[in-house]
Design a protein around this ligand. Structure first.
Ligand SMILES: NC(=O)c1ccc[n+]([C@@H]2O[C@H](COP(=O)([O-])OP(=O)(O)OC[C@H]3O[C@@H](n4cnc5c(N)ncnc54)[C@H](OP(=O)(O)O)[C@@H]3O)[C@@H](O)[C@H]2O)c1
Length: 200
């Protein structure tokens, strides 16, 4: 399949790329400063430009989307905007624009995360974005046309990310990148839609 992957240079993006390449898929990579095509998910124009350059694809994947961490008593509307514009709207706009470049029976797979189900201090903004993306996916699945599907993957903290974020996830049991990458593969090659694959 011809697959567009935004966030391919990241920790999860690299794992997903390797898994998909092992299945002989063609990957077009995207990121703000990395990848075959530069795209900033916070800009609708940038997303439109991405698809004009990429053309039609069999699958769209996002392993991108930022959020800032701050306890709610110091979380401001401005700080919260990062998650709103990047992880929430950025991914949803990728799906909204991307559906028109998706072949029949193509799939869209977005990323959320465990924090919406299992809160950590300072994680409310990221949890908001995760919950919004998951709710969008569930509803959008019943509207998409031409056999198109949409799912999201909600990972626990990855073993590969423990060095960077482990102190924020004390008591969590990290999951392997292989399991997370497999959830993306299931979404791409499987038939399910409207699913949130929780890798917890
Ligand atoms: N790592 C974990 O354990 C874990 C667990 C659960 C959920 N998640 C979620 O999974 C996502 C990816 O995590 P990660 O650890 O792989 O992150 P990462 O290593 O920081 O990688 C982020 C990737 O997204 C791209 N990116 C960031 N902002 C972008 C934007 N506005 N437009 C386009 N591309 C953008 C980056 O490329 P450029 O820098 O070139 O833009 C990079 O390829 C995040 O939303 C994170 O919250 C991660």
């Amino acid at each position: 399949m011809r697959i567009l992957l935004v966030g391919a240079s990241g920790t999860i993006g690299q794992l997903v790329t390797h898994r998909l390449l092992a299945r002989n898929h063609e990957i077009i990579t995207g990121g703000r400063f990395s990848g075959d095509i530069h795209v900033d998910l916070t800009s609708k124009e940038s997303i439109e430009n991405l698809f004009k350059k990429a053309g039609a694809v069999d699958a769209i994947i996002s392993t991108a989307g930022a959020a800032e961490f701050a306890p709610v008593h110091s979380l401001t509307p401005e700080i919260n905007q990062t998650a709103v514009l990047s992880k929430l709207l950025g991914q949803i706009n990728l799906a909204l624009v991307g559906q028109h470049y998706l072949y029949e029976n193509g799939s869209i797979t977005l990323i959320t995360g465990i924090m919406k189900d299992d809160p950590i201090p300072g994680g409310a903004s990221a949890a908001m974005a995760n919950g919004g993306v998951a709710a969008f996916v569930k509803s959008a699945a019943i509207d998409l046309k031409n056999g198109q599907r949409i799912n999201c993957v909600s990972p626990n903290i990855l073993e590969e990310s423990m060095e960077d974020y482990g102190e924020s996830f004390i008591g969590f049991t990290p999951v392997s990148g292989k399991e997370v990458a497999n959830a993306f593969l299931k979404s791409v090659e499987g038939k399910q839609t409207g699913q949130e694959y929780k890798v917890y």
